[in-house]
Design a protein around this ligand. Structure first.
Ligand SMILES: [Mg+2]
Length: 432
């Protein structure tokens, strides 16, 4: 019997604020961070990896929450957990004392997500498959059984969810073949950070087109006239055939969002992301109605499937941007993708940061094969930072994500990054 013998949780922080990488209207100086969990087993060749993403201060609190949960798993049978991950998920989500901290949101929820990611990483490694293939190996009934339907079954019945999955079964082989041949389109946020000057913006826009990207995204929000000026520069640099999306990172009130989006309408926006507070479902619906047909997008800060349900019930979004570490991992994400497919909205995952591209691509591939009404409409965010800190860095070729074949969930960091970027004792931080 293989058992969990121990765990390690480290607070990894990268000094990205020095270059203003990742700067936007709400987050002027992020230090990309990961609270990184390794679950060790009695099989020395088998370790499970998971992480939660953050942007600096407080990552130690996230790490402590993960550590508190990981301690519970010591001594457990790996087979038992991997054969029935839904039981582990339910045990953690429905812990009556821990639930006080959410329910289903915040640091404890993200800690549960980190644990569940590590459990699925173990399962995929044992199956010698990447996570996306482990998920596709499940029957529709097995996928449906992984989801906790308590709070979302009123919107999507488990029977309907199973039918959605069954409907796509005949297309699966051709969809996998197409992913193997051409992956999924990447869109790039690299040119668009607010802290970059005009020359850097134009240069990076031009490079993005040369690199094969069909969509670029600019951060907006702090200054409406400045946003118009930067969008005009970007449009001139990329030409008329490239999609431009914008991201306000929650900066606006609901009325301000409506005015600001109307002010940017002439730029033919592919979507407007996080126009206001991520919990304001009714506000998103009001904005979407007022600026129709400009597509409204959100999701990177959606704490739970319940919130996704409400956005969809209210017709508040046309793009749902799932994030690999915000919700409680695989089970929450399956629930969310099923509801998005039911609603017919585009799933365009959030990534960037550190490790998020590597992790979220697996869910995107599952969605593209098993659920998406039109997989060709899918894109995944891509930012070219810090990929070499992961053991299996994401591969993007000519503007498209390349399907990974390595076993696991894409969540393993390199041993070197742990030595260098652990906070505050790593060599990057300890050396004056
Ligand atoms: Mg965003």
């Amino acid at each position: 019997m293989t058992t969990i013998t121990g765990s390690s949780v480290v607070d990894l922080r990268y000094p990205t604020s020095k270059q203003l990488d990742g700067s936007d209207a709400m987050n002027p100086d992020p230090d990309y961070s990961a609270a990184y969990l390794q679950l060790f087993t009695s099989d020395t060749d088998l370790t499970g990896h998971g992480f939660a993403f953050a942007i600096g201060r407080g990552n130690d609190i996230q790490a402590a929450a993960i550590e508190a949960l990981a301690g519970r798993l010591i001594g457990r049978d790996v087979d038992g957990m991997c054969d029935d991950p839904a039981a582990v998920n339910r045990e953690l989500l429905w812990d009556s004392q821990l639930r006080w901290f959410g329910p289903d949101k915040g640091i404890m929820h993200m800690a549960i997500g980190t644990i569940m990611t590590a459990v699925w990483d173990l399962r995929s490694r044992r199956e010698q498959r990447p996570l996306w293939a482990s998920l596709l190996a499940l029957s529709p009934a097995e996928v449906v059984a992984l989801v906790d339907w308590t709070y979302i079954g009123d919107y999507l019945d488990p029977g309907e969810a199973r039918e959605l999955l069954e409907q796509r079964l005949p297309d699966r082989a051709s969809r996998v073949a197409s992913l193997e041949a051409e992956g999924i389109a990447a869109y790039t946020t690299t040119p668009g950070w607010l802290g970059y000057d005009d020359d850097k913006l134009v240069r990076l826009c031009t490079e993005a087109v040369a690199d094969g990207f069909a969509t670029i995204k600019l951060k907006v929000g702090a200054d409406s006239e400045e946003d118009r000026r930067r969008l005009a520069l970007a449009r001139e640099a990329v030409g008329p055939d490239i999609n431009i999306a914008v991201d306000a990172n929650q900066f606006w009130s609901v009325p301000d969002a409506i005015l600001a989006i109307e002010n940017l309408q002439e730029f033919d926006l592919r979507w407007v992301e996080e126009p206001t507070h991520p919990d304001d479902m009714v506000g998103h619906a009001e904005i979407a109605r007022a600026v129709n047909p400009v597509p409204i997008a959100t999701g990177e800060m959606l704490a739970s499937p319940v919130m996704a349900k409400q956005l969809l019930q209210l017709d508040a979004i046309s793009v749902l941007q799932i994030d690999a570490t915000r919700m409680a991992g695989v089970h929450d994400l399956l629930a969310t993708m099923l509801m998005a497919a039911h609603a017919g909205v585009d799933v365009i995952p959030h990534a960037g940061g550190v490790g998020l591209c590597e992790a979220v691509q697996h869910y995107a591939y599952f969605h593209a094969v098993a659920l998406a009404p039109e997989p060709s409409r899918m894109e995944i965010e891509y930012v070219d930072h810090l990929h070499d800190q992961l053991r299996v860095p994401v591969r993007v070729d000519n503007g498209r994500y390349v399907l990974p074949s390595e076993p696991g969930a894409g969540t393993a960091f390199t041993p070197e990054t742990v030595t260098e970027f652990s906070f505050p004792e790593g060599t990057e931080w300890a050396t004056p």
